[in-house]
Structures are given as C-alpha cells and as structure tokens.
Design a protein around this ligand. Sequence first.
Ligand code: 2NE
Length: 260
Amino acid sequence: MEYQDILYTEADGVATITIDRPEKMNAFRGQTCEELIHAFNRAGWNKDIGVIVLTGAGDRAFCTGGDQSAHEGPYDGRGTIGLPVEELQSVIRDVPKPVIARVQGYAIGGGNVLAVICDLTIAADTAQFGQVGPKVGSVDPGFGTAYLAQVVGEKKAREIWYLCRRYTGEQAVEMGLANTVVPADELDAEVDRWCAEILERSPTAIAIAKRSFNAATENLRGISSMGMQALALYYDTDESREGVTAFMEKRKPDFRKFAK
Ligand code: 2NE
C-alpha cells in the first residue's frame, strides 16, 4: 500500500506511524484510517519490531479525530459510519506489541480516543487532551467512553464527555490519561528512552501481558460496534448536522432546540 496520509518508518526495533495531515490538524478521513490499519498490521506482525509509536506531524496536533470537512452525514470512507474507526481501534489493541502515543499539541475527539487506546501515552507540555463529540454532533461509544472510564474513572470520564473541556499534559498525568509529561523539546528523547527499555524486555512476556490487560475490556468491542450503528443513525439527524455545520461555520451550535 502506498501511503498518502501517514508516514511510516522503522529503526532499531521501533516502528513510528505518523498521521501526516498537519493542514487538518492531523484529523483522519476514511483513507487515513485504512492506511493506519495497514501500518499497524505491518509493524505489529514484524518480528524485528518491538514497539510502535503513534504520533502526528508538526507540533500543533497529535490528532483531532474525524475530519469534519469529510463529514456530510456519514464520513467519506468504509464502515458503519464511513470511517473504519472500530477496526483501527481494534488493531491497536490486537497487535502484540506495546503502542506508545507520542502526544504534542491537540489530542482531541477521536484523536484523544486513539491516545487512550494506546498502551502508553507520553505527552509534551504543549499537549491538550479532550473530547468534543457533544460540541460537534458526535460521540465515540464503547472504547471512547466506557474504556476511558476504565482509564480515568467514571466521574472523570463523564466530566470529559459531558463538558468537553481541555486538559493539559500535567492534568492528564494526574488523572491517569498519560504516563508522563516532559518539555516539548525533550519529547523525542523521552519516547526513545521508553522504547529502549521496552526493547530490553521479553517480547513474549509483554505480548501475553498486553493480551491479558485487553481481556478484561474485550466486551467493549461489542458495545463499540453497537454504538457505531447508533452513531450512523445519529449522523442522519438535524441535531448532529447542527454540530458539524456550526464547527465548519465557526459558530456556536444551537442544540437546545433538539431537547427531548
Ligand atoms: C482542535 C481544536 C480544539 C483546535 O482549536 P483552535 O481554536 O486552536 O483552532 P481552530 O481554528 O478550531 O482549528 C484550526 C484549523 O484546523 C481545522 C479547523 O477547521 C481550522 O481550519 P482553518 O479554519 O484554519 O482552515 N481543524 C481542526 N480540527 C479539525 C477536524 N477534526 N477536522 C477538520 N478540520 C479541523 C478545534 O479545532 C476542534 O475542536 N476541532 C474539532 C475536532 C472535531 O470535531 N473532531 C471530530 C470529533 S468526532 C470524532 O473524532 C469521531 C470519533 O471519535 C469516532 C467516530 C467518529 C468520529
């Protein structure tokens, strides 16, 4: 597969997958998801690779979720909602290698969900984490909601989703959303250090540990696919369209008229 939306490199046992759409704040469209799925499988099943790093190009964003400009009702790709996000989220969990989210700038919406699903998160002090679904007519059910609650606790996860606030790298570490935060100019060195330590450990023990951690939340895969089916129906409503249109028109959405 030739990549248009991502960059892929392998060096010294580490595969680095970079979402390369800085002009869209590294938001993903259908094509981006397909390429990410391909790249995770490529790295995940390569015996020479011991760790995978997921990041975004430039310093403004790790990833800001679904590309709102590729979103008229459904998105522009494959799958229940026009984005194979369930497959993307699953492959990050299914590859037997630890995946590190290297987060600089915004990890917002589906971008935050990707960081949450990664095994480890290393943040720069420029990082801003958060969900935006209820602001823009969307929601990422299953791993985006219920798994987040496993990571940061129920109260905090509900706060993150209902209020759509943004959180600094330091706050992310406090709530368990990130493992560590470092000055932006030390981010790469820190990621390298974590990768080097992992590469010294037994790959089979790590693969078993990863699968064992995953097992406790496997039921969320079913909730996620059922939720995506509901999301597809939601995207076909004026309420959801109001969120997308308001974002694209750079105005505040008016959701109250849809209250039931
Ligand atoms: C990311 C954030 C917080 C940045 O805010 P700010 O104020 O710093 O910048 P601004 O002006 O909002 O954004 C800068 C440029 O990036 C584009 C904007 O449209 C803007 O473009 P220009 O006006 O310069 O041309 N941009 C940012 N995010 C984008 C995106 N996701 N798609 C397309 N263009 C984007 C602020 O921009 C923000 O909150 N963005 C909204 C993010 C968003 O709505 N994400 C989708 C959520 S739904 C989702 O991810 C999802 C899922 O998780 C699962 C299933 C389906 C969908």
